[in-house]
Ligand binder design. Sequence first.
Ligand SMILES: [Zn+2]
Length: 248
Amino acid sequence: VVKGGLSVSTKEEAKARLAKAHRILYMEGLAEDTYRGHITLKTETGIIYIKPWAMGFQEVRETDLLGVDLDGNLVDGKGRLHSELPIHLEIYRSRSEIVSVVHLHPYYSVLLSSVFDGKMKMITQNGMHFWEGVPFHTSPELINSKKQGEELSQLMGERLVLLMRNHGIVTAGRSLEEAMVLAIDFEKAAKEHLMISTFGTPTEISLETAQKMSSRIFSAEQYRMMWDFYCRKLARGKFIEKQGGTSL
Ligand SMILES: [Zn+2]
């Protein structure tokens, strides 16, 4: 089955990809100084995999991942679950096309969330994903109840990215690759937005151009290409836990 990106055929393959996605997001600086945040992947059987509480992104191995059902009951593995699990569960509950959700507290995205006026500046191709707008959650509180999760999911609607004031981001994907790439690109776009704002009013990519180009650039084939690129970068780098942890 191909859903907006790569095919995932078995539970083992899904878990291996999910573990790798954690290390890629760490490598790209989105989870550098934190054990907070989480990525989930929903398998064909409906089990949702997530890393255990308190584990750093660079540390995650496929054997660490915990499986939960839609109500948050642990059904595979042993360990403590993250309190913000309702973010994921309520998005999955209301949107059957979504198979992966990412929640992170990336540095530039959180800075942007403190000055965000509802519109992302489209300076480069990174920002073009977000031409439709970015739903903005205005409470900095943790999302750890079903009710909060439902409200967040409703606010997100059919969009794939949501910004949370003084807190972080949520991305949703039709594939793991899509959710991951959206998070990486949003963080880059947030950095560009903030940096350019200190110089004045930038010339932005027009809405029409962004709409046209993003439909071409952000396809399943492109996500597959980007995923493969990040996997090669990970393999080349010093981010493989077998080598004794990270050494930047
Ligand atoms: Zn959070």
